[in-house]
Ligand binder design. Structure first.
Ligand SMILES: [Zn+2]
Length: 427
């Protein structure tokens, strides 16, 4: 009984403390605000943040508030990169890839990932969806936990752990059959094994399930890009059914018709890369509400290196990708920002270059910004908390110099980063 009273007292005292604790009050001022909803630019911009939430927009500066004056900058919602690999540090060739899996311990790979996460946050990405650990098992779950517990700085993470492919469908490959080595994904053969793998990954912390829907790309006689679908229709359906039954979404790496068709017929929630999506399948994506996460940056970056390493098909892939992206945009497919950072080295280029590619291949600057704010938040089912600057949402706010609608490359010069009400970068 005495223990119970003590516990009740502690509970009472802590609730008193919580009510009394002054929540930090910050006012951010800048020349412009793009709130992520696609409406007019607000000028000048005033945002009041209390604790980790946006308290008001456009009002007077409350007394006692700390004022952050960002001058001629534009405020935007914290950016979302919905396709990254924090545990990968570039894999232009299979040698780059195999070295990371064979010569780096998981501990070392986790340490390298902490640097990748810092880079992402520094570039204004306050949320990332990590779409597989490339042989690093469930390390993404640990990285997410370390960030949530304040052990390391990084974006809010949505993780998909190991991903899935089939026997012979993923690297490392080309080694003697007598040698056993770590695989880049969880190998799954058959519908029952697929269901078990979904349950296992979710049990260990996966927020999303990631599948590799196709591989072995080639140009068919009719000039279209083609591929080998990785899974049978039955396996793919089993994965999606089981993930959805457990209220988790599925992202499918799919580059050409055979893989894309298999994935969208099974009901996946996002197509990753979508290098060459035929018009009829774009229409199915619109009807199903399937997202496209285009990752234009990785294509531009890795194609030349892969051609040089003997992958001639990569000489043709950029042109397919540009055309497919433009048609997807025209037909009204929902597009969420993703770069495949990690597929290129994190410190090699700023993943915000994706905005420039989106504009180059047909989007307005405002549309491009929305892919990394409202659209990505909607795809992640997080739009009640992030993706737009609105009263009551989490204070994820970034700023770029000048006006990104006039010069989209301003998105590569993020100078102020606030995540969850805490400032990580300021000019
Ligand atoms: Zn990827």
């Amino acid at each position: 009984m005495r223990q119970l009273i003590a516990a009740l007292f502690l509970l009472f005292a802590s609730s008193l403390f919580a009510a009394d604790a002054p929540q930090q009050l910050v006012t951010i001022r800048a020349a412009r605000l793009i709130d992520g909803r696609g409406g007019k630019v607000v000028s000048p911009a005033v945002i009041v943040v209390r604790g980790n939430k946006i308290e008001s927009i456009g009002g007077a500066v409350p007394t006692g508030a700390q004022v952050i004056d960002l001058g001629d900058m534009t405020l935007l919602p914290g950016l979302i990169d919905a396709h990254v690999h924090t545990l990968l540090q570039g894999d232009i060739t299979s040698d780059d890839y195999d070295v990371q899996l064979f010569k780096e311990s998981l501990a070392y790979r986790a340490l390298r990932a902490t640097k990748a996460l810092k880079i992402a946050l520094n570039h204004g990405f306050t949320t990332v969806r990590d779409v597989e650990t490339e042989g690093a098992m469930y390390t993404d779950v640990d990285l997410k936990r370390a960030i949530n517990n304040g052990v390391i700085d990084g974006p809010r993470m949505v993780v998909s752990t190991r991903a899935m492919s089939v026997t012979g469908g993923y690297g490392p490959s080309g080694y003697s059959p007598e040698v056993t080595f770590p695989m880049g994904v969880q190998i799954v053969d058959g519908a029952d094994a697929a269901r078990k793998a979904v349950r296992e990954q979710i049990a260990h912390g996966a927020d999303w399930i990631k599948v590799y829907a196709d591989r072995s790309y080639f140009v068919a006689k009719d000039g279209t890009l083609s591929s080998t679908p990785t899974f049978t229709a039955e396996e793919m359906k089993a994965i999606v059914e089981e993930a959805h039954r457990l209220r988790h979404k599925v992202a499918a790496h799919a580059m050409a018709r055979p893989g894309i068709e298999n994935a969208i017929n099974a009901g996946v929630d996002s197509i990753e890369h979508g290098i060459a999506i035929p018009d009829d399948l774009l229409d199915v994506m619109v009807a199903h509400g399937t997202y496209l996460c285009p990752t234009l940056t990785v294509t531009e970056f890795v194609a030349p290196g892969r051609v040089a390493a003997g992958g001639a098909i990569w000489g043709k892939i950029p042109a397919f990708h540009h055309d497919s992206f433009a048609r997807a945009l025209k037909r009204g497919v929902k597009i969420a920002f993703g770069t495949d950072a990690g597929g290129f080295a994190w410190d090699a280029i700023n993943e915000a270059r994706e905005f420039g590619y989106e504009v180059q291949f047909g989007m307005t600057p405002m549309q491009a910004i929305q892919t990394a704010t409202r659209n990505a938040a909607e795809m992640l089912d997080m739009s009640d908390r992030i993706g737009t600057i609105e009263t009551g949402k989490l204070a994820d706010i970034v700023a770029v110099p000048g006006d990104p609608l006039a010069d989209i490359t301003a998105m590569e010069r993020v100078a102020f980063v606030m995540k969850d009400g805490a400032v990580y970068k300021r000019p």
